[in-house]
Design a protein around this ligand. Structure first.
Ligand SMILES: *[C@@H]1O[C@H](CO)[C@@H](O)[C@H](O)[C@H]1NC(C)=O
Ligand SMILES: *[C@@H]1O[C@H](CO)[C@@H](O)[C@H](O)[C@H]1NC(C)=O
Length: 297
């Protein structure tokens, strides 16, 4: 892509804000590469979806020309985020990650939009969760300016699915490892030349219910391939719904195939629940599996 004058000015600013490192935790270059990992995923997703489905396919599914044009705009935003972060990493002397191979499991316009909504929501939670780890204020502002745009994408796609565009007064920050756990489910393999990131995926946790949107107070089933291991000891297991003010922790009841939890008051829209043995806190040392995504209403 050709960089405009303003883009070059922005890169110069980012280069001046060389990555700094705190005593422990990820460097700013790690965080930018983590963001770039997600942007590559989104960018590929929209380009693939717009190659899979024509404007006529969207119209047949009930989405008009304006909507299709706006999807193309989202796709272009994601491509711009990729080139922006790639340029910022290069300007800082770091090696940017390249796109991976993905499996999105999209079969029609509807599954495309449902997956788009999940990805945009995870993107918002990823940038929000990483914000506190970014050392450079210049990078923080750049990441914030991407976060707000991802939030608009999320609202627009949620509205198109007849979901509340802004389902709660606070968005949910997710840790880098939690986001990576969700993103890794779409990744088949990445180029071996990509720099290794300080991330790990937790065991996958899947939420299922008869409804796409789960009412608060109703039960959702959480299943993880590792649940039999847990079943061997008697320690209690909890479901922790992540929120900005701390987790909302509920009992997880073992059932055939996994655990059941009741969706609590205080979560709305695209929500995230982890299984944990810890009754009062959630951190990377206490997550047993997840997060799973629960669309709560
Ligand atoms: C595009 O189509 C392929 C083949 O049906 C499918 O596997 C993939 O998930 C689709 N991707 C998107 C983003 O629509
Ligand atoms: C969770 O389980 C504990 C122990 O069985 C019980 O005392 C408590 O009332 C349960 N909490 C809820 C919200 O069901």
């Amino acid at each position: 892509m050709k960089f405009s004058a303003t883009t070059i000015v922005a890169f110069a600013g980012l280069a001046a804000a060389a990555p700094t490192k705190r005593q422990s935790g990820p460097t700013d270059a790690d965080i930018l590469n983590y963001a770039l990992t997600l942007e590559h995923l989104e960018d590929t997703f929209y380009r693939e979806g717009l190659a899979n489905f024509t404007q006529a396919d969207f119209e047949a599914a009930g989405y008009d020309e304006t909507f299709y044009g706006n999807l193309k705009r989202i796709s272009s935003d994601e491509s711009t985020h990729v080139s922006f972060l790639t340029g910022a990493l290069k300007a800082a002397g770091a090696t940017p990650v390249e796109a991976c191979q993905y499996a999105f499991g999209v079969t029609d316009v509807n599954t495309f939009l449902v997956t788009a909504s999940v990805l945009e929501g995870v993107g918002v939670s990823a940038y929000l969760g990483a914000a506190a780890d970014i050392m450079s204020k210049t990078y923080l502002t750049a990441a914030g300016s991407i976060l707000t745009v991802e939030a608009r994408h999320s609202s627009y796609i949620r509205a198109s699915l007849k979901q509340t565009p802004y389902p709660q007064p606070f968005d949910t920050p997710l840790s880098i490892n939690s986001v990576y756990t969700l993103a890794a489910q779409f990744i088949i393999s990445c180029p071996s030349t990509n720099p290794a990131l300080p991330v790990k995926a937790f065991p996958v946790l899947a939420a299922s219910s008869s409804d796409m949107s789960i009412k608060k107070g109703s039960t959702v089933m959480l299943s993880t391939p590792g649940y039999m291991l847990k079943a061997e000891n008697d320690a209690p297991v909890y479901g922790a719904f992540i929120t900005v003010t701390g987790p909302i922790i509920v009992n997880a009841t073992m059932v055939e195939g996994g655990y059941e939890v009741v969706v609590p008051e205080g979560v709305n829209g695209q929500s995230y629940v982890v299984l944990t043995g810890c009754a009062d806190a959630v951190n990377d040392n206490t997550v047993a599996a997840g997060p799973a995504i629960v669309e709560a209403s």
